[in-house]
Design a protein around this ligand. Structure first.
Ligand SMILES: Cc1cc2nc3c(=O)[nH]c(=O)nc-3n(C[C@H](O)[C@H](O)[C@H](O)COP(=O)(O)OP(=O)(O)OC[C@H]3O[C@@H](n4cnc5c(N)ncnc54)[C@H](O)[C@@H]3O)c2cc1C
Length: 492
Protein backbone atom coordinates (compact mmCIF):
# COMPACT_ATOMS: atom_id res chain seq x y z
CA UNK A 1 0.00 0.00 0.00
CA UNK A 2 1.26 3.47 -0.91
CA UNK A 3 0.97 5.95 1.96
CA UNK A 4 0.63 9.60 1.01
CA UNK A 5 0.97 12.60 3.34
CA UNK A 6 -0.64 15.74 1.96
CA UNK A 7 0.27 19.06 3.60
CA UNK A 8 -2.48 21.69 3.62
CA UNK A 9 -6.22 21.40 3.00
CA UNK A 10 -6.60 24.17 0.41
CA UNK A 11 -8.05 23.44 -3.04
CA UNK A 12 -4.73 22.00 -4.27
CA UNK A 13 -4.23 19.70 -1.26
CA UNK A 14 -7.84 18.51 -1.11
CA UNK A 15 -8.07 17.81 -4.83
CA UNK A 16 -4.79 15.87 -4.86
CA UNK A 17 -5.91 13.90 -1.79
CA UNK A 18 -9.19 12.98 -3.51
CA UNK A 19 -7.52 11.74 -6.68
CA UNK A 20 -4.86 9.80 -4.80
CA UNK A 21 -7.40 8.15 -2.46
CA UNK A 22 -9.74 7.37 -5.36
CA UNK A 23 -6.82 5.59 -7.05
CA UNK A 24 -6.43 3.35 -4.00
CA UNK A 25 -3.76 5.11 -1.96
CA UNK A 26 -3.92 5.57 1.80
CA UNK A 27 -3.99 9.33 2.25
CA UNK A 28 -3.51 11.43 5.37
CA UNK A 29 -4.03 15.17 5.05
CA UNK A 30 -2.39 17.49 7.60
CA UNK A 31 -3.94 20.94 7.97
CA UNK A 32 -2.30 23.52 10.24
CA UNK A 33 -5.51 25.49 10.74
CA UNK A 34 -8.64 24.55 12.68
CA UNK A 35 -10.61 23.76 9.51
CA UNK A 36 -10.17 22.87 5.87
CA UNK A 37 -10.44 25.26 2.91
CA UNK A 38 -7.28 27.39 3.13
CA UNK A 39 -8.00 30.74 1.46
CA UNK A 40 -11.56 29.58 0.81
CA UNK A 41 -12.82 29.55 4.39
CA UNK A 42 -15.95 31.28 5.59
CA UNK A 43 -16.90 33.71 8.35
CA UNK A 44 -20.17 34.34 10.18
CA UNK A 45 -20.88 37.79 11.65
CA UNK A 46 -24.33 37.81 13.26
CA UNK A 47 -26.88 37.04 10.53
CA UNK A 48 -24.32 37.46 7.76
CA UNK A 49 -22.17 34.74 6.16
CA UNK A 50 -19.09 35.67 4.16
CA UNK A 51 -16.69 33.73 1.94
CA UNK A 52 -13.29 34.96 3.07
CA UNK A 53 -11.35 34.39 -0.15
CA UNK A 54 -12.43 33.58 -3.70
CA UNK A 55 -15.71 35.01 -4.95
CA UNK A 56 -15.51 34.31 -8.68
CA UNK A 57 -16.19 30.77 -9.87
CA UNK A 58 -15.22 29.82 -13.42
CA UNK A 59 -14.51 26.59 -15.34
CA UNK A 60 -16.75 24.42 -13.10
CA UNK A 61 -16.03 21.34 -15.25
CA UNK A 62 -12.71 21.03 -13.42
CA UNK A 63 -14.42 20.75 -10.05
CA UNK A 64 -16.96 18.31 -11.46
CA UNK A 65 -14.10 16.25 -12.90
CA UNK A 66 -12.30 16.20 -9.54
CA UNK A 67 -15.44 15.09 -7.73
CA UNK A 68 -16.27 12.53 -10.44
CA UNK A 69 -12.84 10.95 -9.95
CA UNK A 70 -14.24 9.71 -6.62
CA UNK A 71 -17.02 7.75 -8.39
CA UNK A 72 -19.87 6.91 -6.00
CA UNK A 73 -18.00 8.67 -3.17
CA UNK A 74 -18.45 12.09 -4.80
CA UNK A 75 -20.42 14.54 -2.68
CA UNK A 76 -23.14 16.49 -4.51
CA UNK A 77 -22.34 19.94 -5.81
CA UNK A 78 -24.56 22.30 -7.78
CA UNK A 79 -24.20 25.74 -9.31
CA UNK A 80 -25.97 28.37 -11.40
CA UNK A 81 -24.77 29.93 -14.62
CA UNK A 82 -24.91 33.73 -14.33
CA UNK A 83 -26.39 35.97 -17.00
CA UNK A 84 -23.60 38.53 -16.54
CA UNK A 85 -20.04 38.40 -15.26
CA UNK A 86 -19.61 41.88 -13.80
CA UNK A 87 -20.96 45.41 -13.47
CA UNK A 88 -18.35 48.07 -14.20
CA UNK A 89 -18.48 51.69 -12.97
CA UNK A 90 -16.09 54.41 -14.19
CA UNK A 91 -15.39 57.71 -12.39
CA UNK A 92 -16.81 59.63 -15.41
CA UNK A 93 -20.21 58.00 -14.82
CA UNK A 94 -19.92 55.31 -17.54
CA UNK A 95 -21.54 52.03 -16.48
CA UNK A 96 -21.19 48.74 -18.34
CA UNK A 97 -22.67 45.29 -17.77
CA UNK A 98 -20.65 42.37 -19.11
CA UNK A 99 -23.51 40.14 -20.27
CA UNK A 100 -22.91 36.46 -20.96
CA UNK A 101 -25.25 36.50 -23.93
CA UNK A 102 -23.33 37.67 -26.99
CA UNK A 103 -26.23 39.60 -28.52
CA UNK A 104 -26.85 41.49 -25.28
CA UNK A 105 -23.13 42.11 -24.89
CA UNK A 106 -22.94 43.48 -28.45
CA UNK A 107 -25.82 45.88 -27.77
CA UNK A 108 -24.28 46.94 -24.47
CA UNK A 109 -20.96 47.79 -26.20
CA UNK A 110 -22.80 49.81 -28.84
CA UNK A 111 -24.98 51.75 -26.41
CA UNK A 112 -22.34 52.34 -23.72
CA UNK A 113 -19.34 53.20 -25.86
CA UNK A 114 -21.09 54.30 -29.05
CA UNK A 115 -18.75 52.19 -31.15
CA UNK A 116 -18.73 49.32 -33.61
CA UNK A 117 -18.58 46.21 -31.35
CA UNK A 118 -16.66 44.15 -33.94
CA UNK A 119 -13.12 44.80 -32.58
CA UNK A 120 -14.24 43.65 -29.12
CA UNK A 121 -15.96 40.55 -30.46
CA UNK A 122 -12.83 39.73 -32.48
CA UNK A 123 -10.74 40.27 -29.37
CA UNK A 124 -12.90 37.75 -27.50
CA UNK A 125 -12.70 35.24 -30.36
CA UNK A 126 -8.94 35.57 -30.31
CA UNK A 127 -8.99 34.97 -26.55
CA UNK A 128 -10.91 31.74 -27.15
CA UNK A 129 -8.59 30.55 -29.92
CA UNK A 130 -5.53 31.38 -27.80
CA UNK A 131 -6.99 29.48 -24.85
CA UNK A 132 -7.90 26.41 -26.92
CA UNK A 133 -4.49 26.40 -28.62
CA UNK A 134 -2.49 26.48 -25.38
CA UNK A 135 -4.54 24.83 -22.64
CA UNK A 136 -3.27 21.29 -23.22
CA UNK A 137 0.36 22.36 -23.49
CA UNK A 138 0.58 25.02 -20.78
CA UNK A 139 -2.21 24.33 -18.30
CA UNK A 140 -3.20 20.67 -18.34
CA UNK A 141 0.19 19.01 -17.98
CA UNK A 142 3.51 19.61 -16.30
CA UNK A 143 5.80 21.94 -18.22
CA UNK A 144 8.84 20.58 -16.45
CA UNK A 145 8.85 16.87 -17.31
CA UNK A 146 11.14 15.97 -20.19
CA UNK A 147 8.70 13.16 -21.12
CA UNK A 148 6.10 15.82 -22.00
CA UNK A 149 8.54 17.39 -24.48
CA UNK A 150 9.25 14.18 -26.42
CA UNK A 151 8.38 14.96 -30.06
CA UNK A 152 5.60 12.35 -30.15
CA UNK A 153 3.86 13.95 -27.15
CA UNK A 154 4.66 17.62 -27.70
CA UNK A 155 4.45 18.01 -31.49
CA UNK A 156 0.65 17.62 -31.81
CA UNK A 157 0.19 20.34 -29.14
CA UNK A 158 2.80 22.59 -30.74
CA UNK A 159 1.24 22.11 -34.20
CA UNK A 160 -2.15 23.06 -32.78
CA UNK A 161 -0.68 26.14 -31.11
CA UNK A 162 1.14 27.18 -34.31
CA UNK A 163 -2.12 27.10 -36.26
CA UNK A 164 -3.32 29.88 -33.95
CA UNK A 165 -0.05 31.84 -34.00
CA UNK A 166 -1.92 35.12 -34.57
CA UNK A 167 -3.66 34.61 -31.23
CA UNK A 168 -0.42 33.95 -29.34
CA UNK A 169 1.20 37.35 -28.80
CA UNK A 170 4.43 35.98 -27.35
CA UNK A 171 6.40 39.21 -27.37
CA UNK A 172 3.74 41.80 -26.49
CA UNK A 173 2.47 43.19 -23.20
CA UNK A 174 -1.16 42.71 -22.20
CA UNK A 175 -1.89 46.45 -22.10
CA UNK A 176 -0.63 46.88 -25.69
CA UNK A 177 -2.58 43.88 -26.95
CA UNK A 178 -5.79 45.17 -25.37
CA UNK A 179 -5.54 48.39 -27.39
CA UNK A 180 -7.14 46.28 -30.12
CA UNK A 181 -10.49 46.63 -28.33
CA UNK A 182 -10.65 50.15 -29.79
CA UNK A 183 -11.69 52.01 -26.65
CA UNK A 184 -9.59 53.04 -23.62
CA UNK A 185 -12.24 51.93 -21.12
CA UNK A 186 -12.50 48.50 -22.74
CA UNK A 187 -8.71 48.30 -22.79
CA UNK A 188 -8.80 48.91 -19.04
CA UNK A 189 -11.54 46.29 -18.63
CA UNK A 190 -9.47 43.65 -20.43
CA UNK A 191 -6.32 44.73 -18.57
CA UNK A 192 -7.98 43.74 -15.31
CA UNK A 193 -7.66 40.06 -16.23
CA UNK A 194 -3.96 40.30 -15.30
CA UNK A 195 -5.15 40.65 -11.71
CA UNK A 196 -6.74 37.20 -11.94
CA UNK A 197 -3.27 35.93 -11.18
CA UNK A 198 -2.11 38.97 -9.24
CA UNK A 199 -0.06 40.52 -12.07
CA UNK A 200 0.52 43.95 -13.58
CA UNK A 201 -1.18 44.37 -16.99
CA UNK A 202 1.40 46.98 -18.01
CA UNK A 203 4.25 44.46 -17.60
CA UNK A 204 2.53 41.08 -17.95
CA UNK A 205 2.79 39.14 -21.20
CA UNK A 206 -0.11 39.48 -23.63
CA UNK A 207 -0.55 35.69 -23.42
CA UNK A 208 -2.76 36.43 -20.40
CA UNK A 209 -5.36 37.58 -22.95
CA UNK A 210 -6.61 33.97 -22.91
CA UNK A 211 -8.13 34.56 -19.43
CA UNK A 212 -11.20 36.59 -20.53
CA UNK A 213 -12.39 33.55 -22.50
CA UNK A 214 -13.01 31.82 -19.17
CA UNK A 215 -15.63 34.45 -18.29
CA UNK A 216 -16.99 35.68 -21.62
CA UNK A 217 -16.82 32.34 -23.43
CA UNK A 218 -17.20 29.63 -20.79
CA UNK A 219 -19.23 31.72 -18.35
CA UNK A 220 -19.28 32.74 -14.73
CA UNK A 221 -21.07 30.62 -12.16
CA UNK A 222 -22.28 30.75 -8.58
CA UNK A 223 -22.15 27.62 -6.40
CA UNK A 224 -25.46 26.92 -4.67
CA UNK A 225 -24.73 27.73 -1.03
CA UNK A 226 -21.95 30.20 -1.85
CA UNK A 227 -18.28 29.68 -2.65
CA UNK A 228 -17.74 27.65 0.49
CA UNK A 229 -19.90 24.91 -1.06
CA UNK A 230 -16.82 24.13 -3.21
CA UNK A 231 -14.79 23.32 -0.10
CA UNK A 232 -17.70 21.44 1.46
CA UNK A 233 -18.01 19.21 -1.60
CA UNK A 234 -14.26 18.50 -1.74
CA UNK A 235 -14.09 17.93 2.02
CA UNK A 236 -17.03 15.51 2.09
CA UNK A 237 -15.74 13.64 -0.94
CA UNK A 238 -12.32 13.24 0.67
CA UNK A 239 -13.94 11.93 3.87
CA UNK A 240 -16.14 9.51 1.87
CA UNK A 241 -12.99 8.13 0.27
CA UNK A 242 -11.45 7.52 3.68
CA UNK A 243 -8.89 10.33 3.61
CA UNK A 244 -7.69 10.82 7.18
CA UNK A 245 -8.02 14.60 7.61
CA UNK A 246 -6.23 16.01 10.63
CA UNK A 247 -6.85 19.67 11.47
CA UNK A 248 -4.74 21.72 13.92
CA UNK A 249 -1.92 19.48 12.69
CA UNK A 250 0.88 21.68 11.31
CA UNK A 251 3.66 19.89 9.49
CA UNK A 252 7.03 21.04 10.84
CA UNK A 253 9.38 19.09 8.63
CA UNK A 254 9.44 16.90 5.56
CA UNK A 255 11.74 14.00 6.35
CA UNK A 256 14.20 13.05 3.64
CA UNK A 257 16.79 10.33 3.64
CA UNK A 258 19.02 9.10 0.78
CA UNK A 259 17.31 11.50 -1.60
CA UNK A 260 13.79 10.19 -0.90
CA UNK A 261 10.96 11.39 1.33
CA UNK A 262 10.35 9.28 4.39
CA UNK A 263 7.35 11.12 5.83
CA UNK A 264 6.62 14.24 7.86
CA UNK A 265 7.09 15.55 11.38
CA UNK A 266 3.92 17.27 12.60
CA UNK A 267 1.99 18.65 15.58
CA UNK A 268 4.96 19.03 17.95
CA UNK A 269 7.46 16.43 16.87
CA UNK A 270 5.22 13.50 15.96
CA UNK A 271 6.48 11.48 13.03
CA UNK A 272 4.35 10.05 10.25
CA UNK A 273 5.85 7.70 7.68
CA UNK A 274 4.87 8.14 4.05
CA UNK A 275 6.30 7.03 0.73
CA UNK A 276 4.92 10.12 -1.00
CA UNK A 277 4.59 13.68 0.35
CA UNK A 278 2.55 16.33 -1.44
CA UNK A 279 2.89 19.92 -0.31
CA UNK A 280 -0.30 21.85 -0.90
CA UNK A 281 1.17 24.64 1.22
CA UNK A 282 2.86 27.65 -0.38
CA UNK A 283 6.15 26.64 -2.01
CA UNK A 284 8.24 29.32 -0.20
CA UNK A 285 7.59 28.15 3.39
CA UNK A 286 7.63 24.54 2.17
CA UNK A 287 11.29 24.92 1.22
CA UNK A 288 12.34 27.50 3.82
CA UNK A 289 10.71 25.87 6.85
CA UNK A 290 9.88 22.25 6.05
CA UNK A 291 12.97 21.47 3.96
CA UNK A 292 15.56 23.50 5.86
CA UNK A 293 19.04 22.20 5.15
CA UNK A 294 18.09 20.86 1.72
CA UNK A 295 18.92 22.54 -1.59
CA UNK A 296 16.76 25.67 -1.98
CA UNK A 297 15.41 26.71 -5.40
CA UNK A 298 16.64 30.33 -5.19
CA UNK A 299 15.03 31.50 -8.45
CA UNK A 300 11.62 30.33 -7.23
CA UNK A 301 12.09 31.74 -3.74
CA UNK A 302 13.23 35.13 -5.05
CA UNK A 303 10.38 35.46 -7.56
CA UNK A 304 8.28 38.63 -7.42
CA UNK A 305 5.11 37.77 -5.47
CA UNK A 306 1.66 38.34 -6.93
CA UNK A 307 -0.55 40.99 -5.38
CA UNK A 308 -2.39 40.49 -2.14
CA UNK A 309 -5.51 42.33 -1.04
CA UNK A 310 -7.18 44.19 1.76
CA UNK A 311 -10.73 42.97 2.20
CA UNK A 312 -13.50 44.60 4.22
CA UNK A 313 -16.41 42.29 5.02
CA UNK A 314 -19.41 44.47 5.73
CA UNK A 315 -22.91 43.47 6.78
CA UNK A 316 -24.94 46.14 4.96
CA UNK A 317 -28.58 46.89 5.68
CA UNK A 318 -29.11 48.08 2.13
CA UNK A 319 -30.50 46.21 -0.87
CA UNK A 320 -28.14 48.04 -3.31
CA UNK A 321 -30.29 47.39 -6.40
CA UNK A 322 -27.71 48.99 -8.72
CA UNK A 323 -25.08 46.45 -7.66
CA UNK A 324 -24.94 42.80 -8.71
CA UNK A 325 -22.84 39.84 -7.54
CA UNK A 326 -19.57 41.21 -9.00
CA UNK A 327 -18.96 44.97 -9.29
CA UNK A 328 -15.88 47.00 -10.16
CA UNK A 329 -15.45 50.69 -9.35
CA UNK A 330 -12.46 51.70 -11.44
CA UNK A 331 -9.47 53.76 -10.41
CA UNK A 332 -9.13 56.95 -12.43
CA UNK A 333 -5.53 56.07 -13.32
CA UNK A 334 -5.07 52.30 -13.68
CA UNK A 335 -1.38 52.54 -14.60
CA UNK A 336 -0.66 54.56 -11.45
CA UNK A 337 -2.42 51.88 -9.42
CA UNK A 338 -0.01 49.17 -10.61
CA UNK A 339 3.01 51.42 -10.24
CA UNK A 340 1.97 51.98 -6.63
CA UNK A 341 1.46 48.24 -6.08
CA UNK A 342 4.63 46.86 -7.64
CA UNK A 343 7.16 49.72 -7.60
CA UNK A 344 5.85 51.73 -4.64
CA UNK A 345 4.83 48.64 -2.60
CA UNK A 346 1.76 50.52 -1.49
CA UNK A 347 -1.95 50.80 -2.23
CA UNK A 348 -2.83 53.46 -4.79
CA UNK A 349 -4.33 56.72 -3.53
CA UNK A 350 -7.37 55.96 -5.71
CA UNK A 351 -7.54 52.15 -5.93
CA UNK A 352 -9.93 50.08 -8.03
CA UNK A 353 -12.60 48.76 -5.64
CA UNK A 354 -14.18 45.35 -6.13
CA UNK A 355 -17.52 44.78 -4.40
CA UNK A 356 -18.89 41.28 -4.25
CA UNK A 357 -22.33 40.72 -2.72
CA UNK A 358 -22.74 36.95 -2.35
CA UNK A 359 -26.31 37.30 -1.09
CA UNK A 360 -27.38 38.47 -4.56
CA UNK A 361 -27.21 34.81 -5.59
CA UNK A 362 -27.30 33.19 -2.11
CA UNK A 363 -30.01 35.22 -0.31
CA UNK A 364 -29.70 33.04 2.80
CA UNK A 365 -26.31 34.70 3.50
CA UNK A 366 -27.85 38.00 4.69
CA UNK A 367 -31.13 39.17 6.26
CA UNK A 368 -33.88 40.16 3.83
CA UNK A 369 -33.17 43.47 2.11
CA UNK A 370 -29.54 43.43 3.31
CA UNK A 371 -26.26 42.27 1.76
CA UNK A 372 -22.98 40.59 2.73
CA UNK A 373 -20.47 42.93 1.09
CA UNK A 374 -16.94 41.75 0.34
CA UNK A 375 -15.04 44.90 -0.58
CA UNK A 376 -11.50 44.39 -1.82
CA UNK A 377 -8.66 46.52 -3.10
CA UNK A 378 -5.39 45.21 -4.52
CA UNK A 379 -2.50 45.52 -2.08
CA UNK A 380 1.16 44.64 -2.39
CA UNK A 381 2.14 41.33 -0.82
CA UNK A 382 3.35 42.01 2.71
CA UNK A 383 1.56 45.42 2.95
CA UNK A 384 1.73 46.95 6.41
CA UNK A 385 -1.85 47.60 7.60
CA UNK A 386 -1.04 50.78 9.55
CA UNK A 387 -3.02 52.98 7.14
CA UNK A 388 -6.16 50.87 7.28
CA UNK A 389 -8.54 53.57 8.67
CA UNK A 390 -7.49 56.05 6.00
CA UNK A 391 -7.96 53.34 3.34
CA UNK A 392 -11.45 52.53 4.63
CA UNK A 393 -12.43 56.22 4.43
CA UNK A 394 -11.13 56.55 0.88
CA UNK A 395 -13.04 53.43 -0.19
CA UNK A 396 -16.27 54.64 1.45
CA UNK A 397 -15.97 58.01 -0.29
CA UNK A 398 -15.40 56.33 -3.64
CA UNK A 399 -18.41 54.05 -3.21
CA UNK A 400 -20.58 57.00 -2.28
CA UNK A 401 -19.35 59.10 -5.21
CA UNK A 402 -19.82 56.30 -7.76
CA UNK A 403 -22.98 54.54 -6.52
CA UNK A 404 -24.62 57.02 -4.15
CA UNK A 405 -24.54 54.48 -1.30
CA UNK A 406 -23.46 55.94 2.04
CA UNK A 407 -21.69 52.94 3.53
CA UNK A 408 -21.36 54.11 7.15
CA UNK A 409 -25.14 54.65 7.40
CA UNK A 410 -25.95 51.06 6.48
CA UNK A 411 -23.02 49.04 7.86
CA UNK A 412 -23.95 46.89 10.85
CA UNK A 413 -20.81 44.76 11.22
CA UNK A 414 -17.28 44.58 9.89
CA UNK A 415 -14.30 42.25 9.63
CA UNK A 416 -11.02 43.08 7.89
CA UNK A 417 -8.40 40.86 6.28
CA UNK A 418 -4.97 42.26 5.36
CA UNK A 419 -2.02 40.63 3.56
CA UNK A 420 -0.51 39.86 6.96
CA UNK A 421 -3.73 38.12 8.09
CA UNK A 422 -3.82 36.08 4.88
CA UNK A 423 -0.20 35.04 5.45
CA UNK A 424 -0.94 34.10 9.08
CA UNK A 425 -4.12 32.14 8.26
CA UNK A 426 -2.95 30.24 5.19
CA UNK A 427 0.85 30.24 5.29
CA UNK A 428 0.86 32.08 1.97
CA UNK A 429 4.19 33.89 1.42
CA UNK A 430 3.63 37.59 2.33
CA UNK A 431 -0.10 36.98 1.89
CA UNK A 432 0.24 36.86 -1.92
CA UNK A 433 -3.03 35.58 -3.38
CA UNK A 434 -1.62 33.62 -6.33
CA UNK A 435 2.01 32.69 -5.53
CA UNK A 436 4.53 34.40 -7.82
CA UNK A 437 3.28 37.12 -10.21
CA UNK A 438 3.21 36.45 -13.96
CA UNK A 439 4.91 39.70 -14.96
CA UNK A 440 7.78 38.14 -16.89
CA UNK A 441 7.48 36.85 -20.48
CA UNK A 442 8.30 33.27 -19.51
CA UNK A 443 6.43 33.25 -16.19
CA UNK A 444 4.57 30.05 -17.05
CA UNK A 445 7.89 28.17 -17.18
CA UNK A 446 9.31 29.83 -14.09
CA UNK A 447 6.83 28.51 -11.52
CA UNK A 448 7.66 25.68 -9.17
CA UNK A 449 7.37 22.29 -10.85
CA UNK A 450 4.81 19.76 -9.53
CA UNK A 451 7.41 17.02 -8.92
CA UNK A 452 10.64 17.78 -7.13
CA UNK A 453 13.64 16.92 -9.28
CA UNK A 454 16.06 16.21 -6.45
CA UNK A 455 13.91 14.63 -3.73
CA UNK A 456 12.10 11.50 -4.87
CA UNK A 457 8.50 11.14 -3.71
CA UNK A 458 8.04 14.90 -3.16
CA UNK A 459 5.28 16.69 -5.08
CA UNK A 460 3.66 20.14 -5.10
CA UNK A 461 0.09 21.27 -5.70
CA UNK A 462 -1.79 24.55 -5.20
CA UNK A 463 -1.76 28.14 -6.28
CA UNK A 464 1.94 28.91 -5.82
CA UNK A 465 3.09 26.19 -8.25
CA UNK A 466 2.38 25.15 -11.84
CA UNK A 467 -0.02 25.88 -13.53
CA UNK A 468 -0.93 28.83 -11.26
CA UNK A 469 -3.26 30.42 -8.75
CA UNK A 470 -7.04 30.59 -8.63
CA UNK A 471 -9.50 27.75 -8.10
CA UNK A 472 -9.42 26.28 -11.63
CA UNK A 473 -5.64 26.14 -11.84
CA UNK A 474 -5.35 24.75 -8.29
CA UNK A 475 -7.71 21.95 -9.34
CA UNK A 476 -5.55 21.35 -12.42
CA UNK A 477 -2.45 21.22 -10.21
CA UNK A 478 -4.13 18.44 -8.21
CA UNK A 479 -4.78 16.49 -11.40
CA UNK A 480 -1.27 16.99 -12.80
CA UNK A 481 0.34 16.08 -9.48
CA UNK A 482 -1.70 12.93 -9.24
CA UNK A 483 -0.77 11.93 -12.79
CA UNK A 484 2.92 12.45 -12.02
CA UNK A 485 2.58 10.42 -8.84
CA UNK A 486 1.00 7.58 -10.82
CA UNK A 487 3.90 7.68 -13.27
CA UNK A 488 6.83 8.09 -10.87
CA UNK A 489 5.55 6.50 -7.63
CA UNK A 490 3.09 3.84 -8.74
CA UNK A 491 1.09 2.00 -6.08
CA UNK A 492 3.21 -0.96 -4.95
C1 LIG B 1 -9.08 37.42 -0.88
C2 LIG B 1 -8.88 36.40 -1.96
C3 LIG B 1 -9.63 36.47 -3.11
C4 LIG B 1 -9.47 35.52 -4.12
N1 LIG B 1 -10.31 35.54 -5.20
C5 LIG B 1 -10.32 34.50 -6.06
C6 LIG B 1 -11.39 34.35 -6.99
O1 LIG B 1 -12.31 35.16 -7.03
N2 LIG B 1 -11.38 33.26 -7.81
C7 LIG B 1 -10.38 32.33 -7.76
O2 LIG B 1 -10.42 31.36 -8.53
N3 LIG B 1 -9.36 32.44 -6.86
C8 LIG B 1 -9.33 33.49 -6.01
N4 LIG B 1 -8.37 33.58 -5.04
C9 LIG B 1 -7.24 32.64 -5.09
C10 LIG B 1 -7.61 31.29 -4.54
O3 LIG B 1 -8.24 31.45 -3.32
C11 LIG B 1 -6.35 30.48 -4.33
O4 LIG B 1 -5.59 30.42 -5.53
C12 LIG B 1 -6.63 29.07 -3.88
O5 LIG B 1 -7.70 29.00 -2.97
C13 LIG B 1 -5.35 28.57 -3.26
O6 LIG B 1 -5.51 27.24 -2.88
P1 LIG B 1 -4.24 26.41 -2.44
O7 LIG B 1 -4.61 24.98 -2.59
O8 LIG B 1 -3.02 26.87 -3.12
O9 LIG B 1 -3.97 26.66 -0.93
P2 LIG B 1 -4.44 27.60 0.23
O10 LIG B 1 -5.85 27.93 0.10
O11 LIG B 1 -3.45 28.68 0.41
O12 LIG B 1 -4.31 26.57 1.42
C14 LIG B 1 -3.09 26.10 1.91
C15 LIG B 1 -3.40 25.38 3.19
O13 LIG B 1 -2.20 24.82 3.67
C16 LIG B 1 -2.19 24.96 5.07
N5 LIG B 1 -0.80 24.88 5.50
C17 LIG B 1 0.19 25.76 5.23
N6 LIG B 1 1.34 25.34 5.81
C18 LIG B 1 1.06 24.18 6.44
C19 LIG B 1 1.83 23.26 7.22
N7 LIG B 1 3.12 23.46 7.46
N8 LIG B 1 1.20 22.17 7.71
C20 LIG B 1 -0.12 21.93 7.47
N9 LIG B 1 -0.88 22.78 6.76
C21 LIG B 1 -0.30 23.88 6.25
C22 LIG B 1 -2.82 26.30 5.32
O14 LIG B 1 -3.30 26.43 6.64
C23 LIG B 1 -3.92 26.30 4.28
O15 LIG B 1 -5.13 25.77 4.79
C24 LIG B 1 -8.50 34.51 -4.01
C25 LIG B 1 -7.72 34.45 -2.84
C26 LIG B 1 -7.93 35.35 -1.82
C27 LIG B 1 -7.15 35.23 -0.54
Amino acid sequence: MSTVAVIGAGIGGLSTAIRAAAAGRKVTLFEAGPEVGGKLRQLHLGDYRFDLGPSLFTWPALLQDTLASAGPNAAPFDFLKLDRSCHYFWPDGTRFTAWSDRTKLTEEIQTTFGMDPEPVLQHLDSSQRGFEATRALFLEQSLHESSNWRPKVALPHIRKALKSWRDLPLTRKLNDWNRKTGHPQLQQLFNRYATYNGSDPFRAPAMLHVIPHLEFGMGTFAPIGGMHAIVDALHRTALNLGVDIRTNAPVEQIQVSSGRVQGVVHSGNQTFEASVVVSGADVTPTYQKLLKGHGQPHRILNAEPSTSGVIFYWGMQHSAPELHLHNILWAQDYKAEFQALFAGKTIAEDPTVYINIGSKTSPEDAPEGAGNWFVMVNAPAGWDPQGIDDLRQRIEKKIEAMTGIHVAEHRVCEHILTPKDIAARTGSHQGALYGPASNAPLSAFLRQRNRDRRIKGLYFAGGSVHPGGGIPLCLLSGRITHELMTQHDPIQ
